[in-house]
Write a protein that binds this ligand. Structure first.
Ligand SMILES: [Zn+2]
Length: 388
């Protein structure tokens, strides 16, 4: 089967992160088993989802790992003109949820595994498929734990998130958190006697914006990003029951997306100090005033040196002569930090199409990815080859 035939199968599994991916994992393990490739399945705690890891070639040597996530974002509220969970091929484009992010790459990686099973590899090829990437790189962590415990770590990892086949060496890290603002409820006619939690929340949003202004003006810079500095953003505010009740609770979900030069924990400490200041000022009205911050998710940034051997190697596979950094996060930061494996992001399609209605990957991009992986297989079967 070629990559596009496999992509058609993968799109037909509606693996939205909130739902199970086990049907897709079952399909992949059957596909590989038919070529004699054994898979390790690493189940989630509740057994509804799983990661998959497979090695083709020698098992006593470290190899090159192809990494992808199997989950996709929901289609809720999106205006699709084509069926999201059925591949439509039209005018050189392949449409369907996940076509770009990132079943296109997973399909190319699987096609490469099938080819690899028919040639004598000197250096192994590893396949790592995860779940729950789209909700904060959750699933891959148990796969990484397994790899950490294994005697050999991969030499190199290619994360196939859509980069239009550019070689990406970095992305920002992310810290997601919730601020829980507590006031005191009361009748709105007596509002000054109560403590409005929305007011506390707005004061904290002002602190977030102050921190963003500071970072934008004085913060560290990485010119490889479209937004060259660390960003702070509030994305959700939950508060209030009725107009005539002074609300006693306001929850804010916010995030810090940091460049490598900034430590998100230090930024969060400054925000905690602001939160404490806001709560202390409000405690004159109601001693129970509080602005508590809890971290809901984090993943590290990726910053692989552009002059490293790993980067030169992947550039040689694609023919690229430059590198980029991408705005979105990937599992690559975890592979790099927790395994010490040099990691590159390179895959077919563009994130301009990811997460959108009528998502697509072009046939041309799929073929370029197939070509890159064919070049990889050629090197992995070479006696002289020493990866990265
Ligand atoms: Zn993705």
């Amino acid at each position: 089967m070629d990559s596009i035939q496999i992509l058609e199968k993968l799109i037909a599994f509606p693996t939205v992160s909130r739902d199970s991916n086990l049907d897709l994992i079952g399909y992949v393990s059957d596909l590989l088993a038919a070529q004699g490739i054994a898979c390790q399945i690493i189940s989630s705690a509740d057994g509804h989802k799983a990661n998959l890891f497979a090695t083709i070639g020698p098992t006593d040597a470290a190899g090159v790992m192809l990494s992808g996530h199997t989950d996709v974002v929901p289609i809720d509220g999106q205006d699709w003109t084509l069926p999201p969970f059925e591949m439509t091929a039209r005018d050189g484009k392949l449409y369907g949820r996940g076509a770009a992010d990132m079943k296109g790459f997973v399909a190319c990686a699987l096609a490469a595994c099938l080819k690899a099973s028919k040639i004598p590899l000197q250096t192994p090829l590893h396949l790592a498929l995860s779940y729950d990437e789209e909700v904060g790189c959750i699933g891959v962590r148990s796969l990484i734990d397994m790899l950490r415990a294994a005697p050999l770590r991969p030499l190199l990892c290619i994360v196939g998130e859509p980069t239009s086949m550019h070689v990406a060496t970095g992305h920002k890290g992310k810290l997601a958190a919730r601020a829980i603002c507590r006031g005191r409820e009361g009748h709105s006619a007596l509002a000054p006697l109560a403590l409005n939690a929305i007011h506390l929340g707005c004061d904290f949003v002002a602190a977030l914006r102050g921190e963003q202004d500071r970072l934008a003006v004085d913060g560290a810079r990485d010119g490889d990003y479209d937004i060259a500095y660390t960003t702070v953003h509030v994305g959700k505010m939950n508060a209030g029951v009725a107009l005539n009740i002074v609300p006693n609770l306001c929850q804010l979900d916010f995030e810090i997306r940091n460049i490598a030069a900034d430590n998100p924990d230090e930024i969060l400490e400054r925000l905690r100090a602001e939160a404490a200041r806001i709560a202390a000022a409000a405690s004159a009205i109601a001693p129970e005033a509080a602005v508590d911050i809890e971290i809901t998710n984090t993943y590290p940034g990726l910053d692989t040196p552009a002059n490293s051997q790993a980067v030169a190697f992947v550039k040689s596979l694609t023919g690229a002569n430059d590198t980029i950094k991408v705005a979105f996060g990937t599992e690559g930061g975890l592979f790099s930090r927790d395994l010490g494996t040099p990691t590159i992001v390179c895959g077919p399609g563009s994130m301009a199409q990811g997460h959108r209605p009528d998502e697509f990957v072009s046939v041309e991009q799929m073929r370029r990815c197939d070509d890159m992986l064919d070049n990889l297989l050629r090197l992995l079967s070479d006696h002289q080859f020493h990866a990265a």
